[in-house]
Design a protein around this ligand. Structure first.
Ligand code: NAD
Length: 254
């Protein structure tokens, strides 16, 4: 097991990439503290993990609210006496150009996709430091590198997650805390469904269209991203920090 006896926090664990990551972390021996705004999904993943013999807890929080992040982390530490790993994953899609976006659109996407990541890192760092080191994995995107047309807000936030990752990596390296990010390409999750709906298209048609542009000729599965997150969080990545790992089927090589 890659994560035996580790205590890991995962945001956005109720659905998609976060959900698969929480399940895989538990299979790899970690105790998993899941936080998400969606309690229905959170409780169902919690049950799944427990039914397969894993150890997990769920907190319903909004990562944009710093006091809720603090309360979550405090509660986990009170119950499990420490933290080794953070996976900052909770994110939202925002569609549109700069000209189309409203102030409210910007406020929400910056809050979830950037501030939420920063609040979690800020308040776990002290606990990971106390354990003598550990790992943070941020979920960025291939949009950290390339700009998708009419995705200006999302592209901007995912570019920022890459720089946040590098900044944290430099600042936390003296404490033996490694900070990396995964950069998924097109992965079949709720976000794909939301995108299809926003365009008035069927999800299957969107997936088929995207697959044509991917060298591997398919979209990815959330579990394939989860495996990369386990690797970066594990001792196997002990000399890797400040690094973005693309999981995009070759999309950005074209
Ligand atoms: N699906 C893709 O193709 C893809 C590609 C690249 C990057 N990503 C990134 O992966 C991450 C996970 O996305 P996903 O595709 O699994 O989407 P998803 O919608 O299935 O999961 C996102 C989860 O985050 C939670 N969440 C949203 N806002 C929150 C908040 N304020 N507080 C707490 N929880 C909140 C949602 O409830 C949901 O459970 C996101 O950061 C996303 O940008 C996804």
């Amino acid at each position: 097991m890659e994560l035996a006896n580790k205590i890991a926090l995962i945001t956005g664990g109720s659905s998609g990439i976060g959900r698969e990551t929480a399940k895989l972390f538990a299979l790899e021996g970690a105790k998993v503290a899941i936080a998400d705004i969606d309690a229905v999904g959170g409780l169902s993943v919690l049950n799944e993990i427990k039914e397969s013999g894993g150890n997990a807890m769920f907190h319903q929080i909004d990562v944009t609210c710093e006091s809720e992040v603090i309360n979550w982390i405090t509660d986990v530490v009170n119950q499990w006496q420490g933290i080794d790993i953070l996976v900052a994953n909770a994110g939202i899609l925002a569609i549109g150009t700069v000209e189309q976006a409203t102030e409210l659109d910007w406020d929400r996407v910056l809050a979830v996709n950037i501030k939420g990541y920063a609040f979690c890192a800020k308040h776990v760092a002290v606990h990971i430091r106390q354990r003598g080191g550990g790992a943070i994995v941020n979920v960025a995107s291939m949009a950290s590198f390339i700009a998708f047309p009419a995705f200006a807000l999302y592209n901007t936030t995912k570019g920022a997650v890459l720089q946040l990752t590098k900044s944290l990596a430099c600042d936390l390296a003296p404490d033996n805390i490694r900070v990396n990010c995964v950069c998924p390409g097109a992965i079949d999750t709720l976000q794909t469904q939301q995108f299809a709906e926003s365009q008035g298209l069927k999800k299957e048609d969107v997936i088929a269209q995207i697959a044509q542009k991917v060298p591997l000729k398919r979209v990815g599965h959330a579990r394939e991203v989860a495996h990369a997150i386990v690797f970066l969080a594990s001792e196997k990545a002990s000399y890797i920090t400040a690094t973005p790992l693309l999981i995009d089927g070759g999309y950005t090589a074209n």
